[in-house]
Design a protein around this ligand. Structure first.
Ligand code: UDP
Length: 327
């Protein structure tokens, strides 16, 4: 079985990617420092604890497994935190990725799948976002991801490192079989926070800003199911292995939901009230981020199967009630 090095494989999206890789006949090798990930989530292949800032450790792991490709998920990923501590984002995300990319090239591994973000686009008045739209990130998280995209292009030019870059919209839901799920400590994302509020695990949800220029005043996001998202990664990997072409793809559904709409759907899926209050805007939040591209469908044959809001909330709710990690 061919090895694929999965950085961040102990995290939310990385662990779902490991399951999808395993199902597709690859062996996922998780490389993770467990700063936000969980060893319990590493279920589908070997685990190598390590930090991307430690080049020697990376070289060791590349030598041990000789991966045919890298899937790079490991990153700090909170918009709000990135505005307060930008240095950590530049060091961990950009510095860590530089180490990883250099280690990959040095080991002769020239297929690279990278998890980027729609936060690289920034504010664009009422436009659906496709891959050609100019990137003007308005938070340090988006800036750090954009810098890594640039880095990949430079390394392709110099060393032939082929890459598929995925710009995620808002990832939600969980493995319907319940083997892995979303579990952040601390949690900052809308849907899991809302589910916590619904069953009393924490205080009411706070809506961050009700004065945005949208119909109901709250931010609009495009939500995509984590299982659909990782399926696209496997398709991207196969494209790299087969055709050796680099590419950049949005991963979203093209449908936008406001925070209030997500709350109301959650009420109907769970049949419970959602306790919430209204607070000020969170620095760094864009008004609206919705994909306007079907390039992944056209070029990769991607076809999202679970990305309806109801299913995403239902899968997250199922995991929320039964699943967790302890280490
Ligand atoms: N949000 C909110 N209250 C929360 C967490 C998030 O109102 O406690 C809003 C946030 O402002 C954004 C949307 O929910 O408009 C999604 O935020 P999340 O942090 O889940 O993802 P992001 O868009 O930052 O990647």
């Amino acid at each position: 079985m061919d090895n694929v090095l999965v950085t961040g494989g102990a995290g939310y999206i990385g662990s779902h990617a490991c399951k999808a890789l395993r199902t597709a006949g690859f062996q996922p090798v998780t490389f993770d420092n467990l700063c936000t990930g969980w060893e319990d989530a590493v279920k589908f292949g070997p685990f190598e604890k390590g930090d991307l800032l430690n080049r020697e450790r990376l070289d060791e792991v590349f030598a041990k497994y000789e991966p045919i490709a890298v899937m790079h998920f490991a990153a700090l990923s909170q918009v709000g935190e990135s505005m307060q501590e930008p240095g950590r984002y530049w060091l961990n995300n950009v510095g860590g990725s530089l180490n990883l990319i250099e280690a990959s090239v040095a080991a002769g591994c020239k297929n690279f799948v990278f998890s980027s973000t729609c936060a690289t686009y920034g504010e664009h008045d009422n436009v659906l976002l496709d891959e050609t739209i100019e990137q003007h990130p308005i938070n340090a998280y988006g800036s750090s991801k954009r810098a890594i995209e640039d880095m990949l292009k430079d390394f392709e030019g110099a060393y032939g490192l082929r890459h598929v870059i995925f710009r995620y919209f808002n990832v939600a839901g969980g493995d319907p079989e319940g083997e892995v799920g979303e579990f952040h400590r601390p949690e900052t994302h809308l849907i899991p926070l809302m589910l916590d509020a619904i069953d009393g695990k924490r205080d009411a949800l706070t809506i961050f800003g009700t004065d945005y220029d949208t119909e109901d005043g709250t931010c609009i996001r495009d939500y995509v199911h984590v299982c659909d998202l990782v399926d696209a990664h496997v398709l991207g990997l196969k494209r790299l292995l087969d055709s050796h072409d680099s590419g950049i793809y949005n991963l979203g559904t093209g449908s936008g939901f406001s925070v209030r709409e997500v709350i109301s759907q959650s009420r109907s899926v769970t049949n419970r009230e959602v306790p919430y209050n209204e607070g000020p805007r969170r620095p760094g939040d864009c008004t609206k981020l919705v994909s306007g591209s079907t390039l992944a469908e056209k070029e990769l044959g991607w076809s999202p199967k679970r990305s309806t809001m109801d299913l995403m909330i239902a899968d997250a709710w199922k995991w929320h009630q039964n699943g967790n990690y302890t280490k």
